[in-house]
Write a protein that binds this ligand. Structure first.
Ligand code: NAP
Length: 243
């Protein structure tokens, strides 16, 4: 089995996911670019490879069982194991999302991608992760998912519009992260949630103030934790985020 570490990043054709691939690639990882659209995936992989990253395309729609099963098959065939999974793919579901006016279908769609998608991908990849000497799972959350921050003094992410689908989907994801950490306690799998800060990407119409590279930092740190690192936590660059 190859000594080079293998990572998979979902939603990696652009934005923060792309920057996480570039960052892990610079550390010597071979990185799967999980992306649902073939053209967007191919062009991201070509650009990353031109930049010296050992990137490879992984067709992956996190809402589709067959796609996720096939993605696990592709990694299995290529590397026989997985060292790092970054569940980065996410959607807002579009704004506005006032609780009193939201279409319930919007909430369902956002949860399907941001929460169920993470569970689907994680469970498909776990057999491969368990073959790694130090498996790491990073769930890309948001401080908008922090109930403490949502109900406390405003921070840059909570001055945004109320979002009854997106923000609670990240709260749900944080809770899911803790449950995985509980089940996997005592194994070498470390699973944590990351907040990238307010990053200029398509997700927010490029209104964010940080670069995708800035946004990738916390996820890369959690993806490369030492064996005695934390599990079941929620972190931004400055440290732990209150639930
Ligand atoms: P982005 O530029 O819009 O990228 C989102 C990525 O997710 C795209 O690659 C998109 O693919 C992919 N995606 C969406 N649905 C998918 C699905 N069903 N299957 C596979 N891939 C899917 O947004 P971003 O800002 O980089 O966001 C990345 C993560 O960071 C998200 O989880 C987001 O919630 C989180 N986050 C972002 C900020 C911020 O300020 N930007 C703050 C906090 C948290 P397509 O190109 O095919 O749509």
């Amino acid at each position: 089995m190859s000594e080079q570490k293998i990572a998979l990043v979902t939603g990696a054709n652009k934005g923060i996911g792309y920057a996480i691939v570039a960052g892990l690639g610079a550390l010597g990882y071979s990185v799967g670019v999980g992306a649902r659209d073939a053209a967007r995936r191919d062009s991201a992989v070509a650009k990353l490879r031109a930049g010296g990253v050992d990137a490879f395309g992984v067709p992956l729609d996190v809402t589709d069982d067959a796609s996720v099963t096939d993605a696990a098959g592709l990694i299995e065939q290529r590397a026989g194991r997985l060292d790092v999974l970054v569940n980065n793919a996410g959607i807002t579901g579009g704004m506005p999302q006032e609780p009193t006016r939201v279409d319930p279908a919007t909430v369902r769609t956002v949860v399907e991608t941001n929460v169920i998608g993470v569970i689907r991908v994680t469970n498909a990849m776990l057999p491969l992760l368990r073959r790694s000497a130090s498996p790491r799972i990073v769930n890309m959350s948001s401080s908008t998912g922090s109930l403490t921050r949502q109900s406390g003094p405003e921070d840059p992410l909570t001055t945004g519009p109320v979002a009854v689908a997106y923000a609670p989907s990240k709260t749900f994801l944080n809770a899911v992260t803790v449950q995985y950490a509980r089940e996997l306690r005592g194994t070498n799998v470390l699973v944590n949630a990351a907040c990238p800060g307010f990053v200029a990407t398509d997700l927010n119409g490029f209104r964010g103030v940080r670069t995708p590279e800035d946004g990738a930092t916390s996820a890369i740190r959690l993806a490369t934790l030492p064996d005695d690192g934390p599990t079941g936590g929620f972190f931004e660059d400055a440290g732990p985020i209150p639930w």
